[in-house]
Write a protein that binds this ligand. Structure first.
Ligand code: ADP
Ligand code: MG
Length: 346
């Protein structure tokens, strides 16, 4: 429904691989001091002075991770970068470079890739990361995008999933469940559209959650905020799957238990109202939804005064001895075992 049928369609074969790479990357400039050499040689060169290089990769597959019926390619390019930057933020590190690899079928014209790269460039500019390379190849049907991100951190600042201790506070950034509910709205409108293509969807009631789904942001700002507050989390992870599955990852890697308080989970009013409309329980959505790209961290109790009242950080529970297990404390004050029902690839 978002595709513009009147737009120009230049077949990929008209340019060929090398001209295409050149065409897509010519407007990207290098801004990081550590970017010595970018696109155009056999490999990029990144300067590393006495710091740790942090690397992460994510792959997005058409039909599995995105549906082009309601995902504009520009948003997809932006999101493909953001989901990677989020992983670097979750290490408490700063992203500096990306590489982008695409497998694309001749179903896509050059203009489609231009859109994709416009989104990638918007993300690069906003987050001040440099595109320094990638790969371009053909696929028999769908579109596949793989982004690798490189970041830096000195050893003192790096935060792993494994550092949580009993009594540490469990803290989440922003609010959660929005991306999943945005997806529910988009899926519903897409079904309506399939039946009646003249029906233009009215998404004005759902702007926040649709944006959470189509244009998520990476919380690189939190890395800066924590530095400013002089707080180093004891453990951290980004919320790509549901909250419960990420909490369980932290507990398992750190060998702790957890008490998570249902009434503390931050939810946007639009998430609550849309859950009511869809007859879904908002706690279940927060626990099992996904794609929010917020950060989940544990913080030593002694740092509580430093984070207290900060609108970006919500305390939702605390870590316990491993023998206590992993629990959700409900609004009715009963304890139920936390289980992972997040997004599963297989
Ligand atoms: P090679 O044959 O050595 O793999 P390529 O012809 O694939 O080299 O790539 C040439 C240059 O273009 C390299 O610097 C590579 O990193 C870059 N590049 C290739 N595809 C992309 C892409 N989709 N996005 C950004 N840079 C790319
Ligand atoms: Mg190549």
């Amino acid at each position: 429904m978002i595709e513009d049928k009147s737009s120009q369609r230049t077949p990929l074969s008209q340019l060929g691989e090398f001209a295409l790479i050149d065409h897509l990357t010519k407007d990207f400039t290098l801004n990081q001091n550590s970017s010595v050499l970018g696109v155009g040689d056999d490999a990029a060169v990144i300067k590393c002075i006495d710091e740790n290089l942090v690397v992460s990769t994510d792959m997005l597959v058409e039909g599995v991770h995105f549906n082009l019926a309601y995902t504009p390619l520009k948003h997809l390019g932006y999101k493909a970068v953001v989901v990677n930057l989020s992983d670097i933020a979750a290490m408490n590190a700063t992203p500096t470079q990306i590489t982008v690899s695409v497998a694309v079928s001749n179903r896509f014209p050059v203009e489609a890739l231009e859109e994709l790269y416009a989104g990638i460039q918007t993300a690069c500019n906003y987050y001040k990361v440099d595109l320094v390379g990638g790969d371009t190849t053909s696929s028999t049907s769908g579109l596949i995008i793989s982004v690798t991100v490189i970041g830096f951190s000195n050893s003192e600042n790096l935060v792993y999933r494994s550092g949580a201790k009993p009594n540490d506070l469990l803290v989440v950034t922003g609010d959660i469940g929005g991306a999943y509910m945005g997806l529910q709205v988009l899926e519903r409108e897409n079904e309506v559209f399939k039946v009646n293509p003249n029906n233009q969807p009215d998404l004005s009631m759902y702007t926040y959650i649709v944006e959470r789904q189509l244009k998520p942001e990476a919380r690189t700002d939190i890395v800066e905020l924590l530095k400013k507050l002089e707080v180093k989390p004891t453990a951290m992870i980004d919320i790509s799957d549901g909250l419960s599955s990420e909490i369980i990852h932290l507990c398992k890697r750190s060998k702790t238990g957890v008490d998570l308080f249902e009434n503390k989970i931050p939810l946007d009013p639009q998430v609550i109202s849309t859950c009511e409309e869809f007859n879904l329980d908002s706690t279940t959505i927060a626990l099992s939804g996904g794609e929010d790209y917020e950060l989940l961290m544990t913080i030593d109790q002694k740092d509580y005064d430093k984070i207290k009242g900060n609108p970006n950080l919500t305390v939702i529970g605390y870590m316990t001895e491993p023998s206590k297990g992993m629990h959700l404390v409900t609004r009715g004050d009963t304890k139920v075992e936390l289980i992972a029902k997040g997004w599963q690839s297989f």
